[in-house]
Design a protein around this ligand. Structure first.
Ligand SMILES: [Zn+2]
Length: 240
């Protein structure tokens, strides 16, 4: 992590999206007001902790530690409120958020909510709307008619003929998956399958790696020992 700031605010169930079940005696209006106030307090604390910190458009990592005042509610229900506050405080769209850690304990005396946010040493980037890669801004050509000033499709994908940019549908993916598994069980290697079916090697490899029927037949070192491009998975036919 290139930088990280950590803040701490007193815990309250009003930050939970299910506060209504935990704080049954209060009315809806009061609960909504409390939730808003809690969010605003978190925004204020985050903003002052972030003063002077440059935030780039790229992944933002969150570590959340919830000291619950009792065991009546769950920590995961605070995630929405926290992300909402981080979004306002950082000005970064929450599509960039990744929760690295979410843990909890019970603290009856003085429960706290601890939130840490940070980024790695990364350049401002954008997600290509076609290939989905996170790429530096220079990898997108400029386009004044778009708010960000950049094309949403990377230069590389833009140079492909439009018809080849079609993505497979769910039923096509299911059919192709079955075909790939069938070929693998007949003894074909991942690279041969990729070549024959013109499915990206990465996709073939991922399908085979997580196909439960195959995993039982292949030694775990063959499957998990190699992860990079060019790795070869040798699959023994299921029938042998
Ligand atoms: Zn692309």
């Amino acid at each position: 992590m290139a930088w990280q700031v950590r803040v701490c605010v007193p815990f309250s169930w009003s930050a939970s999206k299910n506060a209504i079940y935990v704080l049954r005696r209060k009315g809806h209006v009061a609960l909504r007001r409390e939730a808003r106030e809690y969010r605003d307090r978190l925004i204020m604390v985050l903003k002052s902790a972030l003063r002077g910190q440059t935030i780039v458009q790229n992944k933002l990592w969150l570590d959340i530690y919830v000291e619950k005042s009792n065991h009546k509610g769950d920590a995961v229900n605070l995630v929405d409120t926290i992300c909402d506050a981080v979004k306002v405080a950082t000005g970064l769209d929450d599509r960039w958020f990744s929760i690295r850690h979410l843990d909890w304990s019970i603290n009856k005396d003085d429960p706290q909510l601890i939130v840490a946010i940070g980024q790695e040493d990364v350049p401002p980037s954008q997600v290509c709307s076609y290939c989905g890669r996170i790429l530096e801004m220079s990898r997108f050509s400029s386009n004044v008619s778009i708010k960000s000033g950049r094309h949403r499709i990377c230069r590389e994908c833009l140079s492909l003929p439009p018809h080849s940019r079609k993505l497979p549908t769910l039923s096509e993916r299911i059919a192709r998956r079955e075909k790939i598994i069938k070929l693998a069980t007949s003894g074909m290697s991942a690279s041969q399958i990729a070549e024959q079916s013109s499915v990206p090697y990465k996709t073939v490899w991922a399908i085979l790696n997580y196909a439960p029927s195959l995993i039982t037949e292949v030694s775990s070192s063959a499957l998990f020992g190699q992860t990079e491009h060019g790795a070869r998975i040798e699959l023994r036919p299921l029938s042998s």
